[in-house]
Ligand binder design. Structure first.
Ligand code: GTP
Length: 306
């Protein structure tokens, strides 16, 4: 099953940078060397089993944009699963960006009316008052997504930056909408978490380390000491970001990343391959549970998740 993802936005807004971070495991510091994208660069990324993301990185220079909206219109906008439109938070050309965005939405309404739309207010690291700036931009973008007499597409806005975990949060959420059996996966993970007496179990895609699914949060803590209330809201995207950075460090010393085990006084964690395309992370707050047992459980659960 192929899902087409359009990545659009003005030239220099950061599209190729985010693609190279998420899909090619490059560090943010190297993105300054990327050249402008000429026309469309297509990538195929195999997610879970038979789900393939077909990513179209559309170069944002005006001449290319004009061509997407005219001669290439049907090629670009048909069979789209998701449109990701990137806005540079610091742009001096918001008016022009919005005009192109609205034209793209028209193309989408015409050829892929069912597509989901995600808007990224990008380079948030450069914004001064982050909270207020984001809210202002979000409102502006939502207003410009509406068109009189036309159905309003489902538009979700994220603030992102390649220098922190916010990019992983946005992309995990985007990918999540494309996974057809996400709810079933989540149910299986919850059962698996219970079997391991785990606080939480998280499934990541292998190359991108985006979060595919998580076990549902435990309703009641099995132990009084378990600090469930203190679980960080940003823990998933932080983990994606940290593991990607760690994988990059491994590759620099020509080592391959395989698995990870942590035993700390407060909790223990095991990160290991689950299937060909996924990694699983188990977090346990019960000190009596050995990580070896968790690894054994992963091995036994593999067949179920393949
Ligand atoms: P086209 O290919 O011409 O459409 O441009 P693009 O949208 O692909 O832009 P690109 O990814 O090439 O990024 C342009 C510049 O923005 C690069 O120098 C990146 O280092 C920088 N950049 C990308 N993301 C961020 C970010 O989150 N914060 C900051 N400060 N800079 C960023």
């Amino acid at each position: 099953m192929k899902k087409k993802v359009l990545l659009m936005g003005a030239s220099g807004s950061g599209k190729t940078s985010m693609r190279s971070l998420i899909f090619s495991n490059n560090p943010a510091s190297l993105t300054a060397r990327l050249g402008a994208t000429i026309d469309v660069e297509q990538n195929h990324v195999r997610f879970l089993g038979d789900l393939i993301l077909n990513l179209w990185d559309c170069g944002g220079q005006d001449a290319f944009m004009d061509s997407y909206l005219t001669t290439q219109r049907s090629t670009i906008f048909q069979h789209v699963g998701v449109l990701i439109y990137v806005f540079d938070v610091e742009t001096n050309e918001m008016h022009k960006d919005l005009e192109y965005y609205r034209d793209c939405l028209d193309g989408l309404r015409q050829f892929s009316p069912e597509a989901a739309v995600f808007l990224l207010v990008h380079k948030m690291d450069l914004a001064r008052d982050k909270g207020a700036t984001f809210e202002r931009k979000k409102k502006e973008l939502q207003e410009h997504s509406e068109k009189q007499g036309q159905p309003i597409p489902s538009v979700t806005v994220f603030g992102t930056s390649i220098y922190d975990e916010s990019l992983y949060r946005a992309w995990s959420s985007i990918v999540h909408t494309l996974i057809p059996n996400a709810a079933v996966l989540s149910k299986h993970l919850t059962i698996f978490a219970e079997a391991c007496s785990a606080t939480e179990v998280i499934l990541f895609e292998r190359t991108t380390f985006l979060v595919i699914a998580t076990s549902s949060p435990p309703t009641s803590p099995p132990r009084e000491t378990a600090p469930f209330q203190e679980l960080e809201a940003t823990r998933y995207e932080r983990t994606s970001e940290l593991i990607k950075a760690f994988k990059h460090s491994c590759s620099r010393v020509r080592e391959e990343f395989h698995s990870l085990e942590m035993e700390l006084p407060e909790f223990s964690a095991v990160l290991d391959e689950m299937t060909k395309n996924t990694y699983v992370l188990i977090i346990v707050h019960d000190p009596t549970i050995e990580t070896a047992a968790l690894k054994l459980n992963i091995r036994m659960a593999r067949r179920k998740f393949e």
